[in-house]
Design a protein around this ligand. Structure first.
Ligand SMILES: [Zn+2]
Length: 455
C-alpha cells in the first residue's frame, strides 16, 4: 500500500542503526508513505528533502523494529503461572490451565500479548496461534506478522478429517491476510503431531505457498520420546490428552533427524528452539536451509538447556530471536533475549568472542527478517525497505554515557525504554502510548482472566 501522496518525514536521532552499515552518530531516516527513502548522516538527509517534516528524537537510538521469530500471544495471561517445573511437567500443568479459558479470554490474552510486543519495540511477530484470536489482536495493533495456525494430531486413522479441518481453518484465516499479515501453519511438535501428519502439513504448506514451522528439539523429554518412545511425553502426556491407545514406535533418532526422514525441511520452515541438537543435526539443518528461532530465556527457564547459537551462525543457518510466550518466558522483551543470549553463550564457552552485542542486534532485526523470509522488506534501515522503526530513549542513567549504541542496547536497555514504534510508515506507539488499542482496558480485562487461572 503506497501512500505517495504524503510528503517525506525525517526522523532524526543521536544514533541511527542501519544494521547493514555502521551505526551513524547524528543520523536520520527519511520516510515517504510506507517506505524508507534515505538513511544517513542527518545533515545530508535533511538537505536532500528541503521542506520535509522533521521529527527530532534527540537523545535516542533509532533502529529497525525487532522481529520476534516465535511467540504465542494468546498465552500472555499465563505469565508467571508455572514458574518452577521442568519442561515435561510444565507442559502437563499448562494443559490443565489452558482448558479453563474461553475464546473471549484468549482474545483478551492476545490483546495483552500484542500490546506488550509493541511497547517493547517488536514490530514483526511470528505468532503460533491455536485459539484463532491473535490475528484480530495483531491487526488491531497494526504490527506486521506471520500468524501460524497451530495444528495437533497423533491419530492417523483420523488424518483425512484432521487435515480437512486444518485446510478449512487456513482458508478462513486467508480472508484476513493483507499486506502486513501473512498466514502460516505450525504443526506443534514431534510429540503432538504424527509423522504422517507432519508430511501432510508440509505438502499442504507447499501447495498453498505457506511458511510453516514447529517446536523442535526443545527438551530432553522430547529426545527420549523420539529416540526410545518413553518418558513423560509417552506416558503422562498421552494419557492426559487421550492418545494412550495410539501405538507409537520408538524412532531411534534425534528429533532433527526424525523430521528430515519425513521430508519436512525446506527454506520455508522455521524450527523453534533446537536445544538438543548434535553436530550432525546442525549440519542437517544448515544443508536443508531451515531457519531457527532461538529462545534462550524460555529454554533456560524450563531447564531445557542452551541452544548452540554460535554453531548455528558458523554453519550459516538463518537465526532470529523468539521471546516464546509469557507462559514460559514471562516477558516478551527482545532486550532480555539479546542479553540472555550474550551472557549464556559467553558464559558457557568461557569466551567473550562467542557472541557480540552488534551480532545480537543484527539477529534481533535483520537476522529475524531473514529467518522469516522477509528480509526483502524489513530488518534494516535502508532505502526501499518498509518503514518499520523504533526509537529507544537514552535519557537515563543506564545509558550515560554511550560509547557504542549496540553495547548500550544489549547490556543496558529494557523494554520500557522504547518510546516510539512505526510499522509501514504508520506510527502505532508514541511517547510510550499505544495509539491503536486501549491498553488500560486490556490490562483490566487481563486481570479478570487471571482470576480464573489462579482462583
Ligand atoms: Zn512455543
Amino acid at each position: 500500500m503506497q501512500r505517495q501522496d504524503k510528503g517525506v518525514r525525517i526522523f532524526r536521532a543521536d544514533w541511527v542503526l542501519p544494521i547493514v552499515a555502521e551505526p551513524i552518530r547524528d543520523g536520520a531516516v527519511a520516510v515517504q508513505g510506507d517506505t524508507i527513502v534515505r538513511t544517513g548522516p542527518a545533515d545530508g538527509v535533511v538537505a536532500a528533502y528541503p521542506g520535509a517534516e522533521i521529527v527530532e528524537f534527540h537523545h535516542a537510538i533509532l533502529l529497525p523494529g525487532f522481529v520476534n521469530c516465535h511467540s504465542h500471544l494468546e498465552y500472555a495471561v499465563f505469565r508467571g503461572l508455572i514458574d518452577n517445573l521442568d519442561f515435561g511437567r510444565w507442559l502437563l500443568q499448562f494443559i490443565d490451565y489452558q482448558r479453563r479459558l474461553s475464546a473471549e479470554d484468549y482474545a483478551v490474552s492476545s490483546r495483552l500479548g500484542v500490546s506488550e510486543c509493541v511497547s517493547s519495540g517488536i514490530t514483526t511477530v511470528a505468532d503460533s496461534m491455536y485459539s484463532g484470536t491473535s490475528i484480530d489482536a495483531i491487526k488491531q495493533a497494526g504490527v506486521r506478522a506471520i500468524v501460524y495456525q497451530e495444528a495437533f494430531g497423533m491419530d492417523d486413522s483420523r488424518l483425512p478429517e484432521t487435515m480437512a479441518s486444518l485446510a478449512a481453518a487456513i482458508d478462513k484465516l486467508d480472508e484476513q491476510q493483507d499486506e502486513l499479515v501473512d498466514v502460516g501453519i505450525f504443526p506443534h511438535s514431534t510429540y503432538t503431531v504424527s509423522a504422517h501428519m507432519f508430511r501432510a502439513v508440509a505438502e499442504l504448506a507447499r501447495e498453498r505457498g505457506k511458511r510453516f514451522g514447529s517446536h523442535l528439539a526443545e527438551s530432553k523429554d522430547e529426545s527420549v520420546y523420539i529416540r526410545s518412545g518413553s518418558g513423560v511425553l509417552a506416558m503422562d502426556l498421552r494419557e492426559k490428552v487421550g492418545w494412550e491407545n495410539i501405538m507409537r514406535e520408538p524412532f531411534g533418532v534425534t528429533p532433527v533427524k526424525y523430521l528430515q526422514q519425513w521430508d519436512v525441511y525446506g527454506s520455508d520452515f522455521i524450527a523453534v528452539h533446537c536445544v538438543r541438537v548434535s553436530d550432525r543435526d546442525v549440519e542437517i539443518l544448515a544443508r536443508s536451509d531451515v531457519a531457527i528461532a532461538h529462545c534462550p530465556k524460555s529454554n533456560a527457564k524450563l531447564g531445557c538447556g542452551i541452544a548452540p547459537l554460535p554453531e548455528f551462525l558458523k554453519a550459516g543457518i538463518r537465526v532470529g530471536f523468539g521471546t516464546d510466550s509469557p507462559a514460559s518466558s514471562n516477558i516478551m522483551d527482545m532486550f532480555g533475549e539479546m542479553r540472555t543470549a550474550i551472557f549464556l553463550h559467553r558464559g558457557v564457552s568461557r569466551s567473550a568472542a562467542a557472541l557480540g552485542a552488534d551480532q545480537c542486534v543484527q539477529i534481533a532485526t535483520l537476522g529475524g527478517a531473514r529467518a522469516l523470509g522477509m528480509d526483502d522488506r524489513i530488518g534494516s534501515l535502508e532505502a526501499g525497505k518498509q518503514a518499520d522503526l523504533i526509537a529507544v530513549d537514552m535519557e537515563y542513567s543506564h545509558f550515560t554515557p554511550i560509547h557504542d549504541p549496540c553495547s548500550a542496547l544489549v547490556y543496558g536497555a529494557n523494554q520500557e525504554d522504547v518510546f516510539f514504534a512505526m510499522v509501514a510508515g504508520r506510527t502505532i506507539y508514541d511517547k510510550k502510548v499505544l495509539l491503536t488499542m486501549d491498553e488500560e482496558k486490556t490490562f483490566v480485562e487481563a486481570r479478570a482472566v487471571k482470576a480464573k487461572l489462579w482462583g
